[in-house]
Design a binder for this molecule. Structure first.
Ligand code: ATP
Length: 379
């Protein structure tokens, strides 16, 4: 039996409530599932810690994240906690953590669960695609850099390297291999989203993408400009399976994706590198909801399902892989039943009641369900 140590960073705002709910569900699974062994260490990090101590991510906490088998983070940042230059502490901490863990690919599933409050009138054969965002370079390579000339000129540089683009493209194809293809016809495909008609950097991104695609002849590779993709995501999202793109494009399109399938409270994410995996909901800290026990914990719980899938794939651990499927099925059952959902989804349940409902749903049969959206291949 393998045992995994998970570093928990509950963070700020609604982060701790969503983390408590998720921790409760994971503890429940450890008690229920033979052979599932997860241990947890929990650390303060983020804006409140900065307010108290002047540090967002102490060296000892980062060391523990590096030593852990996976890192599960809730939400970081508070708008009123800022550095002396007026910027928020969250971006600096998150970019630092990503760089330290070298997590090159961010995975954002965009899946419309039955019963979720989607915004499209026509959902065709369903929505189930994944956005892969290059996570360490692109426009974010300039973070902490850039240049400013007095009050007249400011620049940031978009960086695309063969190594970074190959890594994220390869990850996208391996993910497509583990999925069942696009909803419209089951075809496995990876779409490069870029602006190759205008920018050198993007033309290079596309070129490297197609170089990598040669290693995956069984998966269709194509490319779409980012502006057109914003349209297609709304008009015919069922035509897509896996999308891969530069960092800033991924940042923007993944929020559009979350909006399509029920909002930020339902959007999980994973950030994956050669060695490390960082899992967190795609939402922020929603400070106006903090401490009220009304935040939706499902994005964090689904992020934990992605973590179980990644650990299972990395360690060839069937128990963990099965636990990931069970957990996604339980979440889908809670959403589909619709009796215990938080106000953002139109219900009146509390955060803790949703956690209890997920625990109750674990172990219930959900025939016909296909839990592919949490697939998170290890590198
Ligand atoms: P950040 O800048 O930290 O990424 P953001 O601008 O994306 O944050 P969030 O704090 O994530 O903003 O959320 C925006 C709004 O979405 C919140 O004010 C809240 O109304 C809603 N929201 C986000 N996450 C949740 C959640 N888990 N449960 C309920 N509502 C949520």
């Amino acid at each position: 039996m393998s045992s995994y140590r998970i570093a928990l960073l509950p963070g700020d705002g609604i982060g701790p409530e969503c983390m408590d709910a998720t921790h409760r569900v994971l503890d429940h699974m450890v008690n229920q599932i033979d052979g599932l062994d997860l241990g947890f260490t929990s650390h303060r990090a983020g804006a409140e810690l900065y307010r108290d101590t002047g540090e967002t991510l102490p060296a000892a906490v980062l060391d523990d994240c590096l030593a852990a088998d996976a890192v599960l983070l809730s939400a970081i940042g508070l708008p009123d906690v800022r550095y002396p230059d007026g910027t928020e502490v969250q971006p600096t901490m998150m970019v630092g953590l990503r760089r330290a863990l070298a997590v090159h690919s961010a995975v954002r599933p965009v899946k419309l669960y039955r019963g979720a409050p989607g915004v499209l009138k026509d959902t065709g054969p369903g929505i189930d695609f994944v956005i892969i965002r290059e996570n360490l370079e692109g426009l974010f390579a300039s973070f902490g850099g850039g240049s400013r000339v007095g009050d007249e000129v400011a620049t940031d540089t978009l960086v695309v390297t063969r190594k970074g683009t190959s890594q994220v493209s390869d990850f996208a194809f391996r993910l497509a291999r583990r999925r069942n293809g696009r909803p419209v016809d089951g075809k496995k495909m990876v779409t490069c989203v870029d602006k190759a008609n205008v920018f050198q950097s993007m033309a290079f991104f596309r070129k490297v993408f197609f170089d990598v695609a040669k290693d995956y002849p069984e998966i269709q590779a194509d490319a779409v400009y980012v502006d057109a993709m914003s349209l297609y995501m709304v008009q015919n999202p069922w035509d897509f399976d896996v999308l891969v793109m530069e960092n800033q494009f991924g940042d923007i399109l993944s929020d559009l994706g979350a909006g399509l399938v029920g909002g930020l409270g339902l959007g999980p994410s994973a950030e994956i590198g050669q060695e490390h995996g960082l899992f967190q909901p795609s939402h922020g800290t929603a400070p106006q909801l903090a401490g009220k026990n009304v935040a939706n914990p499902l994005a964090t719980i689904l992020s934990a399902a992605m973590m179980l899938d990644w650990l299972g794939d990395k360690h060839n651990d069937a128990v963990c892989l099965g636990a990931a499927v069970d957990l996604e099925q339980a979440v889908e059952k809670v959403i589909t039943d619709g009796n215990v959902i938080t106000p953002d989804m139109g219900g009146n349940a509390t955060t803790s009641q949703v956690a209890d409902a997920v625990c109750d749903a674990l172990g219930c049969d959900t025939p016909g369900h296909d839990a592919r959206s949490v697939a998170t291949p290890a590198t």
